[in-house]
Design a protein around this ligand. Structure first.
Ligand code: ADP
Length: 202
């Protein structure tokens, strides 16, 4: 029987905020580096939580990454524009990691599949659900096609149970379903919550 991990494949790490997705991505990537594999990590440019070009966990561990604005940016970076002009295709890395993948456009789905088809181990981390607990953008298509899915939980800030959802607070109050995803000037924050303590106002 041929293992799904023989050659290229897709691994997806999901869960709410604070569930350790970045930590798990960093752990897997660090082990690949120790094994002397060629590794390239990306993250969406809009998230510069701690460093402009590094993936950072809430606990403070980091790994070098390239900030990108689209899946097309990743394709361009991987194919190396200078090398392409000289007609020299660049070898693909052994491992490609992407953090906060839910913020990338839908083109990340065919990109991940192309890379896996070409023998790359693709490791993606992102939120499975948005603050409304609705499936987040490109994530359902990635989860369905992955060989491996790990769903992590955080700790509910209200009761200490395993948290599967991200509570959005605006000025300390639960956000409304229709609140815009980007609120200019508003004091907003996020907490990990279980199903019981996750609140979305109508
Ligand atoms: P994610 O990428 O899923 O947002 P990170 O890997 O950045 O998660 O951070 C996980 C770390 O956040 C935990 O190891 C812990 O130190 C810290 N943390 C803070 N609040 C919580 C919480 N409510 N539940 C679990 N971990 C938390």
């Amino acid at each position: 029987l041929r293992s799904p991990y023989h050659g290229g494949h897709l691994e997806v790490i999901v869960g709410p905020m604070f569930s350790g997705k970045s930590e798990e991505l960093i752990r897997r990537v660090t082990r690949a580096v120790i094994a002397r594999q060629r590794v390239q990590v990306y993250k969406p440019a809009l998230d510069d939580r701690y460093h402009a070009a590094a993936v950072a966990s809430h606990a403070g561990r980091t790994v070098d990454a390239v900030a990108v604005r689209s899946a097309a940016d990743i394709r361009a970076h991987l194919s190396g524009e200078g090398a392409l002009l000289r007609g020299e295709p660049l070898p693909l890395p052994d491992v490609v990691g992407i953090d906060e993948v839910q913020f990338l456009d839908g083109e990340v789905v065919p990109l991940a599949l192309d890379l896996a088809d070409q023998g790359v181990r693709v490791i993606l981390a992102g939120l499975d659900l948005d603050f409304r607990a609705e499936p987040f953008g490109c994530m359902p298509g990635l989860l369905a096609r992955a060989e491996s899915v790990e769903k992590l939980t955080a700790i509910c800030t209200v009761c200490g149970a395993p948290a599967t959802r991200s509570q959005r607070l605006i000025g300390g109050q639960p956000a409304r379903f229709d609140d815009p995803v980007v609120l200019v000037g508003a004091l907003e924050s996020y907490e990990a919550r279980c199903r019981v303590h996750h609140v979305v106002l109508d």
